[in-house]
Design a protein around this ligand. Sequence first.
Ligand code: FES
Length: 383
Amino acid sequence: MAEKLSPPNPPPSDGVVRIRPFRAEDAPAIAAACRDPQVPRWIPLIPVPYTEVDARRFILLSLQAWNDGSGYEFAIADARTDRYVGSVGIQPGSNPRRHAVGYMVAPEMRGRGIATRGLKLAVRWAFESLAVERLALWTLPGNVASQRVAEKAGFRWEGIVRNWDSGRDGQPMDVVMFSMTPDDLADAIEAAAEETADGDRVGSGATAGAADVASGAAADSTKPRIAPFPRELRATGTRGAAFVDVAAVADLGPGSMRRVTLAGVDLLVASTPDGIVVTDDRCPHMSAPLSIGELRDCVVSCPLHEGRFDLSTGDTVRMPTTGGLDADGNYHSPWSPSGSQPKAEPPSKKLEARRLTRVQRLRYYPARIRGGRLEAQIPFVPE
Ligand code: FES
């Protein structure tokens, strides 16, 4: 059993949402939100169908939990109208310093950064009020939106935990585990303060991270910022890696590219209209240095074989002259720039090697801007 605490008063708020105890009048909105098919899909133990009686029972139990210290459930409410828009709750673990957190948002309010805001307020309250050392957060593997919320709130991805939970049918289910420690919270608060001060944005590794920006003031396009990139293209080993200093942001003029070598890793740092990109300075075809190629908008041209690659998506926009396999394994024939004749070549090992060379998608290193310096998560290999 954790500590008995009164709900914080006044309720924590960021000016857009507040987190407060549930009230009887939230029941219709909770029931409506929980009838969305996405809710039982990702929260397997919730009643189906979900009625207002279920919602009233939940509200009662949540208030009892505050009274006996068995849980800390909050409604996420619109800061202006106090209307229910979602839920976030801290569930005490058997160890009084290690708790778990869960959340959901009403379907019509999704995509506005509500879950991230509510989660940030709840974890800050938990660390400040419960002397907690670790907050765990897990989602089902397919629940990518929820995983993005966790990362945006400052949680760290830990991995897949097998058979951690049970489904509606009682079958064991794997989960994706995240956690936050007091140090992670301090990092998240510091990063948020710097973003507010500088208009900088941390590249969370998720294209949809832009949703959080959209819920606040519009980003200032003249300020240096980190370009979002597709979450699945995060470079191997960067999760949980320390941010290390890469370059002075002032040296990265618009449209510039440069190579930075750290711990034996050659990085391409490119300043695109979408923001700063940190990827490998190796062509995804045959490893030529992209930093000496040409950058136009978000597309970099390789100095060998004329391949072109989109730094905003990681995709190949023009296959190399050699042809070969694209990232999905489809074969593309060799080609010649206009005005030159295609070379006829007899079958050979070299020809076969070119035909079988696969052009993978680019991989990205999550980056951030701190105090005018570009930092990126680089997986260091021990000496
Ligand atoms: S090495 Fe870049 S296109 Fe071939």
